[in-house]
Ligand binder design. Structure first.
Ligand code: ZN
Length: 66
């Protein structure tokens, strides 16, 4: 299975993408959640990438730093 962080390209500001990558590296829960989310979306749309879900951005912003 691809790492969820492989999907983080393009639309995100670098600072936020880096923060997400850092967190995903530490947190299997979010990594699995995001992988599953993107897999589902890609199956439905047949596209390699989709717009970053707002729910993900909200979740990341709610995380404690570090
Ligand atoms: Zn997490």
């Amino acid at each position: 299975m691809e790492k969820a962080s492989d999907y983080l390209d393009g639309d995100l500001p670098d600072s936020l993408a880096n923060r997400i990558r850092f967190h995903l590296g530490l947190c299997d829960d979010c990594d699995g959640w995001l992988s599953g989310l993107w897999s589902t979306i890609n199956l439905l749309r047949g596209l390699p990438r989709v717009e970053t879900p707002r729910s993900l951005l909200q979740r990341i912003r709610s995380l404690p730093d570090g």
